[in-house]
Structures are given as structure tokens and as C-alpha cells.
Design a protein around this ligand. Structure first.
Ligand code: NAD
Length: 350
């Protein structure tokens, strides 16, 4: 027996789908849109603002990594002052996070236009930071109502963010396959996401404007985000949460460095999942297959490069093992210290 809860969202996918946004706003019965953006995406946001015409009530472009509550409070002021009835976010996980934080407090409907492969748009999960602490909650209140994927917007996503957020997506798929909530439906999403990413990311590294590779990576991001939103994650996500929340390491780069080591750690605990992942990668072994893929890409390859020092290892292992959570292999302090030592150096996982 298994159970699968679908998180309802309307999805529009393709090239040029940005043009459908005014219709999507009208479908929701909304008339006063708050447009969330960020400076690197000012061009597309300006085009959307133009097409919304009188449906646009206000703009806000201060979204920041890990959804700081003070930024949300400033955005809420704009919501109230402009009598906003719908939030439309164009950007990566940071901009999506702000839309979710607003929805949590106002119940406003969200339309998300994701421009990275982080996958937050497909989850009922919100991580927020206040006073230097990150806390995460899961509630259907933050699940976006509409997701519009426009491949064209990803063509200018800088190569490094493309690749690291692609590995962030792969991490959702990998951990879904050995989740205690794993089920055959989510397994298929996960394996297809891994298969698509393994071939699309090297092509994007060679030619960032390869529309087919971009389209496959964005489809994989959708599938991987669905995995993240449907089943519980394990060691890899917990470790990255610690490294991001307590050591301020950058989100997608940290996921990229840690993934092969977390997989190597879990190899003996999840042999069947690892066999299926290796098959999807077209590699003899899952952990070293992912390591070799990442080693071939122009991305950071060690925690040392991200500013994490050897002196941080003991503290990080202590925080990451403070509370028990489901993982296919027992999580021990010594085991995590060893994992972090390898990830700090960037050596091939043993
Ligand atoms: P991000 O949203 O911070 O974007 C990274 C940078 O790329 C930003 O400067 C952004 O402006 C820029 N950018 C984004 N798209 C672009 C484009 N198409 N062209 C040019 N520049 C572009 O990074 P991210 O990796 O997408 O998201 C990370 C955040 O998302 C973290 O805070 C993480 O915790 C959160 N997240 C949440 C979930 C969830 O389910 N709640 C899932 C994944 C990630």
C-alpha cells in the first residue's frame, strides 16, 4: 500500500508563456496585482508590467535569499497600501519565498514564474529567517495556485546559477527515492528528473542558449520540485539547511558540493534507490556518478571554496546531528564529521 497527496496547482509550460499572465490573473478573478521581481530580471518584469496594464497595482523587487522577515514586512506594507488581491512573482527560489511569505500572512493567491531550477514553486514549504535563525514550515497556505514556466526566461540565467540550481533540483529527486514516504508515482518523477538533468546540465554548460536543454532542465525542475513537495527529505537537505542557516553558505552552491558526499554516506542504507539513480545517470555508481557529473561542470567543488573552514566541521556536525530525523543510514556525529571533511576538501567520495 502507498499514499500520494497531489499538491494542486495549475501549470502552464512552454516558450513565450509570459504573454499568458494577464489571462491567468483574470482567471483568478484578481484585479490588483503586486509584481515581485529582482534587478537581474527587470527586463521581463517591465514587459509583464506593461502587459498587465491597469491590473498592476504595485511592484516590489527586494526579495532576498532565505526570505528575511523584515523584507516580508516591507512587502506587506505595499500590499496593504495598494489594496493588492494577487501576488505575481518572477524569479528564483528567493522571489518565490517572498510570495509564499506574503500568502502565509494574507491568503492572497500566487502566480509564480520560476526562473531557476530550485523548485520551490511546487512545494507547500516555506523557510524564513529572522534574527539570524532559519525556520521552515509546511502548510497548504503557501502552495502557489498557478505556476507559469517560460523557457525563454531561463536562457539568460547565468551558467553557474543554472548548474548549481540544477543540482539543487537533482538533490530533491535523489532524496525522494529513499524517503520513508517514497511511492511509485513520485519515484517516476524523480528518476525522470535525474535522467533529464544528467544530460541537460552539461549541454547548458557548453551552450547556455540551447533551448532544448533549457526546456528539459526546466521540466526536470518541475518534477523535482514536485518530489520535494510530496515526500520527506533526509541527510542531504538537513546538512544543507545547517550549512546555509548557521554558516551562511549560499543555497544552491552548497547543495552542489554536498550532494555526492551525502549520497556516498547513504549508499549502504539505500542500495535499491542508488541502483535506480545510477541507471538514470547512466553511471556504474550513483554517488561517484553525481560526483563526476559535477566535477565536469564549472561550479564550486568544495565547501572550502564557499568559505567553510576546517574549524567549522565539528560545530556543523554537532548542529546537524542534534535532532534525529529519518535517513536510510544512521546519522552519527563521527560519520558527519568525516563527510564534511571530504566535502571541505572536494575529494572523490570514499
Ligand atoms: P535565487 O532566487 O536567490 O536566485 C539567485 C540569483 O539569480 C539572484 O540574484 C536572482 O536575481 C538571479 N536570477 C534568478 N533567475 C534569473 C534569470 N533567469 N536570469 C538572470 N538572473 C536570475 O536562487 P535559487 O537557487 O533559485 O533559490 C534559493 C532560495 O530558494 C533559498 O532561499 C532556498 O532556501 C529557497 N528554496 C526554497 C524551497 C522551498 O520549497 N521552500 C525549495 C528550493 C529553494
Amino acid at each position: 500500500m502507498f499514499s500520494y497527496t497531489a499538491n494542486p496547482a495549475r501549470v502552464v509550460f512552454g516558450s513565450g508563456t509570459l504573454a499568458s499572465l494577464p489571462d491567468e490573473v483574470r482567471r483568478l478573478g484578481a484585479t490588483r496585482v503586486l509584481l515581485l521581481g529582482s534587478p537581474p530580471l527587470a527586463g521581463p518584469a517591465d514587459r509583464v508590467a506593461g502587459s498587465l496594464g491597469p491590473l498592476l497595482a504595485a511592484r516590489f523587487d527586494e526579495a532576498a535569499m532565505h526570505t528575511p522577515v523584515d523584507v516580508t514586512e516591507r512587502a506587506l506594507k505595499v500590499v496593504t497600501e495598494n489594496d493588492v488581491d494577487c501576488v505575481l512573482a518572477i524569479g528564483g527560489g528567493s522571489t518565490t519565498g517572498l510570495a509564499k511569505a506574503i500568502a502565509l500572512r494574507t491568503d492572497l493567491p500566487q502566480i509564480i514564474v520560476p526562473t531557476t531550477y530550485a523548485g520551490s514553486e511546487m512545494t507547500p514549504v516555506l523557510g524564513e529567517t529572522a534574527g539570524g535563525r532559519k525556520s521552515t514550515q509546511t502548510t497548504p497556505k503557501v502552495q502557489p495556485e498557478v505556476v507559469v514556466y517560460d523557457v525563454d526566461l531561463t536562457l539568460k540565467l547565468p551558467v553557474q546559477v543554472s548548474l548549481t540550481s540544477g543540482i539543487n533540483a537533482m538533490a530533491h529527486a535523489v532524496e525522494a527515492l529513499y524517503s520513508p514516504d517514497a511511492n511509485p508515482v513520485v519515484d517516476q518523477f524523480a528518476l525522470e528528473a535525474i535522467r533529464l538533468l544528467a544530460t541537460a546540465l552539461p549541454r547548458i554548460a557548453t551552450d547556455p542558449s540551447d533551448v532544448d536543454a533549457r526546456s528539459e532542465a526546466l521540466r526536470a525542475a518541475w518534477l523535482a520540485g514536485t518530489c520535494l513537495g510530496s515526500v520527506g527529505m533526509a541527510l542531504h537537505h538537513k546538512l544543507c539547511h545547517t550549512l546555509g542557516g548557521s554558516f551562511n553558505l549560499p543555497h544552491s552552491e552548497t547543495h552542489t558540493v554536498v550532494l555526492p558526499y551525502a549520497m556516498a554516506y547513504n549508499t549502504t542504507g539505500a542500495p535499491d534507490a542508488m541502483r535506480r539513480i545510477a541507471e538514470a545517470l547512466g553511471a556504474p555508481d550513483a554517488a561517484t556518478g553525481v560526483y563526476d557529473l559535477i566535477a565536469s561542470l564549472p561550479v564550486p567543488h568544495s565547501l572550502g571554496e564557499l568559505g567553510f573552514t576546517e574549524d567549522d566541521i565539528a560545530k556543523a556536525a554537532e548542529i546537524a546531528t542534534a535532532k534525529p530525523y529519518p535517513n536510510p543510514r544512521e546519522v552519527t556525529r563521527e560519520g558527519i564529521e568525516d563527510l564534511l571533511r571530504q566535502a571541505h576538501a572536494g575529494t572523490r567520495p570514499a
